[in-house]
Design a protein around this ligand. Sequence first.
Ligand code: IMP
Ligand code: MG
Length: 174
Amino acid sequence: MELDRVIVSEDEIKARVAELGAQITRDYAGKELFVVCILKGASIFMADLVRQIKIPVQIDFMSLSSYGKSTQTSGVVRMLRDLDQEIAGKDVLVVEDIIDTGLTLSYLKENLLARKPASLRFCTFLDKPSRRKVAFQPDYSGMAIEDYFVVGYGLDYQEKYRELPFIGVVKSVD
Ligand code: IMP
Ligand code: MG
C-alpha cells in the first residue's frame, strides 16, 4: 500500500475544524455539551474540535466495530467499549471520522436515543454520501468526498497511517 495523493491538506483541515467549532459554539450557546468520540478514528479530529468549541464540554469514548474485510463494511456492528457516563438529559454530540455506508451511525443513533438524551447530533469530519447503504444525514460535516479509501488525520488502513497530519488517498487496496 502506498499513498497516492493528498486530498485534504493540514491547513485545510485546520480551517474547516475552526469553522465547525464556531458553528457548534453558536448552536449550543448557553448549554453544555457531552461529546462522544468514536474510537479510534475520530480521536484526533475530536481533540482538535473540542479546542475550537467555546462552551463547557465533557468527553467520553465509545468503540464500535463492524465485521468484514479491511476496507469494506459488512453491516454487522458490535460495541467494543461503551460510555463511562449516563447521557440521559444531556446534549450529546457524537464525533466521527468518516461516514461511509451509514451503518455504524444508524446503529449508534438507535442505541443512544434509547438512553433519552436531551438532544443528539452527529458531527463527522468526512462524508462519502455516494456509499450509503442506509440513509444517514450528519448534522455537521467537515467535507464530502468521492468514493476513495482515505487515510490520515485519525483514519487508518490496517491500523496504520492514523498519525498523518493530512488526508490522503491510498493506491488500490484489496
Ligand atoms: P460505515 O458504517 O460504513 O459508515 O463505517 C464508517 C467507518 O468505516 C468509519 O468509522 C471508518 O472506521 C471506516 N471507514 C470508512 N471509510 C473509510 C476510509 O476511506 N478510510 C478509513 N476508514 C474508513
Ligand atoms: Mg471509525
